[in-house]
Design a protein around this ligand. Structure first.
Ligand SMILES: N[C@@H](CCC(=O)N[C@@H](CS)C(=O)NCC(=O)O)C(=O)O
Length: 209
């Protein structure tokens, strides 16, 4: 398989974590987001949204959208499972992951921040916007996992919730968010004690700058 990513892409980091949890190795290709390589005709032919990540399977099929890719991996390589089997628990894990993937991350994404600046906002204004979006979202996330037991967001093993949380915590740090959520911080620490999270950290990627 081939994973198109970028060291700082939090959506690509989700897939790197899922792959490593499953013990899968892939070939990595990099699209430099700041240089706009995700918008080259060659990459748009792979992912018409011009977003990272994309996973190309051995038979040439292209998968996009990090959560869809992680769920594909979970279905194709079921152990260890990234989603609880109980339907209510599974819905809660998905909801937590979607707070990040649908409601926080897309609003503070590079193209949104660039669009704000193109409409006259300063970089500082754009960063304040990103911080506010993350801050409000993290308040909700902390509540969603308060009362859950185990070191991870939902229990004793990492799930899609953790896979989305850790990269978003890194984004939060990059934007200077005060990480004042004790349960989220404890979950992040538990995850980063695992090689699947630690080894796939953006700073350790070959294209890191
Ligand atoms: N919902 C998508 C989000 C993908 C996404 O926004 N990726 C970012 C990097 S984290 C990207 O490619 N941004 C390029 C841009 O904004 O132009 C997913 O989960 O895969």
């Amino acid at each position: 398989m081939i994973l198109h990513g970028y060291f700082r892409s939090s959506a690509a980091w989700r897939v790197r974590i899922a792959l490593q949890l499953k013990g899968l190795t892939v070939e990595h290709r990099y699209q430099h987001l700041r240089k706009g390589e995700q918008l080259s005709p060659e990459y748009l032919a792979i992912n018409p949204q011009g977003l990272l990540p994309s996973l190309i399977l051995d038979d040439g099929a292209v998968l996009t959208q990090s959560l869809a890719i992680c769920e594909y991996l979970d279905e194709q390589y079921p152990e260890p499972s990234l989603r609880p089997s109980d339907p209510v628990a599974r819905a809660r894990v998905r909801a937590f992951a979607q707070v990040i993937a649908c409601d926080i991350h897309p609003v503070q994404n590079l193209r949104v921040l660039k669009a704000l600046q193109a409409r006259g906002q300063t970089q500082d204004d754009a960063n304040v916007w990103a911080r506010d979006v993350i801050d409000g979202g993290f308040d909700a996330l902390e509540t969603l996992v308060t009362g859950q037991t185990g070191p991870f967001a939902f229990g004793d093993t990492p799930t899609l919730a953790d896979i989305c949380l850790v990269p978003q915590m890194a984004n939060a740090r990059r934007f200077g968010v005060d990480l004042r959520w004790p349960r989220l911080s404890a979950i992040e620490a538990a995850c980063l004690a695992l090689p699947a999270f630690a080894d796939t950290h953006p700073d350790l990627q070959p294209d890191a700058e």
